[in-house]
Design a binder for this molecule. Structure first.
Ligand code: PBG
Length: 326
């Protein structure tokens, strides 16, 4: 009976609430394509689109009134090859998108995903080579060189933060070195430090057209059975001077968010990934769940676990709901 005393009155309940969501907690992921006038729905992610630059700019303009501080950009080039050539072009899809956003809405923080899977014809996050035995392998150090150039070209185009998500060893250190060398010592690195090989990324691979054409990502992304290894990943990235760490996916990894937060004294981001979003959308569409309530409950649980901010496709929907309730 004693604990319920604080639950009867809704004003009191609200007053003693321990955690709260704000639109300032969110970063919106966006997919940008080449061309113009394009806003292509992603079937497995209702409400999410691949957008050409003009549409992207319109979308980003809607964020400041909602008090959403930033976006994370994923580029979808028209052509792909085995070297990720399009990732490095000065006028590449992502570089042009960064410039367009910075020209029109400089007050929105632009984070860029630094990874090669969207640019490689085989869909892997790095350079692939065949071993003498005829098996393929993702080459660590050869990939680092391309990622470093990619990060620099994002910074040159005006990116505020770069976020390597490839999971090669040593990428944070290599990116830091390249950024510093090119005069971007002030550009922070948000490392996808703890990124599990998760099936929750399924819908993203439709969105970014980046599904691996053979094999899987288990030789570079983490085994989701491992938690102590998450600390090793996080600590190593901090040694290499990561400014912020990310845990991904979010809801299946609340324990990991919590422990990374405890062990590391930098901001910890969590990525509520495509599958987490689609799962809620699909269940709500069937009438099995209340979409807004489940959305808020998941986001709040991610914050309660210790996330400093959340990358989520629900950013706008959640921000609108929060603003309506306040
Ligand atoms: C790029 C990348 C992926 C995601 C973010 N960056 C895909 C992957 O690793 O396969 C997934 C995000 C999501 O599912 O929403 N490597």
């Amino acid at each position: 009976m004693r604990l319920r005393r604080l639950r009867y009155n809704s004003i009191l309940r609200d007053m003693v609430q321990e955690h709260r969501l704000s639109p300032r907690d969110f970063v919106l992921p966006l997919f940008v394509t080449e061309g113009g006038g394009q806003k292509i729905p992603i079937t497995s992610m209702p409400g999410v689109f691949q957008m050409s630059r003009d549409e992207l700019v319109k979308e980003v303009k809607t964020l400041s009134p909602l008090k959403i501080p930033g976006v994370i950009l994923f580029g979808i080039p028209r052509s792909k090859d085995e070297k990720g050539t399009q990732a490095l072009k000065k006028d590449g899809v992502i570089q042009e998108a960064i410039r367009a956003i910075k020209d029109t809405t400089p007050d929105v923080l632009v984070i860029t995903d630094v990874c090669l899977c969207e640019y490689m014809s085989h869909g892997h996050c790095g350079v692939v080579q065949k071993t003498p035995k005829g098996q393929w392998e993702v080459m660590n150090d050869a990939t680092l060189e391309i990622l470093a150039q990619m990060a620099v070209s994002h910074a040159e185009a005006g990116a505020d933060v770069v976020a390597p998500s490839d999971m090669m060893d040593g990428r944070v250190g290599r990116l830091r070195q390249a950024l510093d060398h090119h005069g971007f010592s002030k550009t922070p690195i948000l490392s996808y430090a703890v990124k599990y090989a998760s099936s929750f990324y399924g819908p993203f691979r439709e969105a970014a057209a980046s599904a691996p054409q053979f094999g899987d990502r288990k030789s570079y992304q983490m085994n989701s059975a491992n938690k102590r290894e998450a600390i090793r990943e996080a600590c190593l990235d901090l040694q290499e001077e990561a400014d912020m760490l990310m845990v991904k996916p979010a809801l299946p990894c609340l324990d990991v968010i919590q422990i990374v937060r405890q062990e590391c004294d930098v901001p910890v981001a969590a990525y509520q990934v495509s599958g987490e979003y689609s799962m809620i959308k699909a269940a709500a569409h069937q009438g099995f769940l209340d979409e807004n309530q489940v959305m808020m409950e998941t986001l709040l649980s991610i914050k309660r676990a210790g996330a400093s901010f959340i990358l989520t496709y629900f950013a706008k929907q959640a921000a609108q709901l929060i603003m309506r309730c306040e």
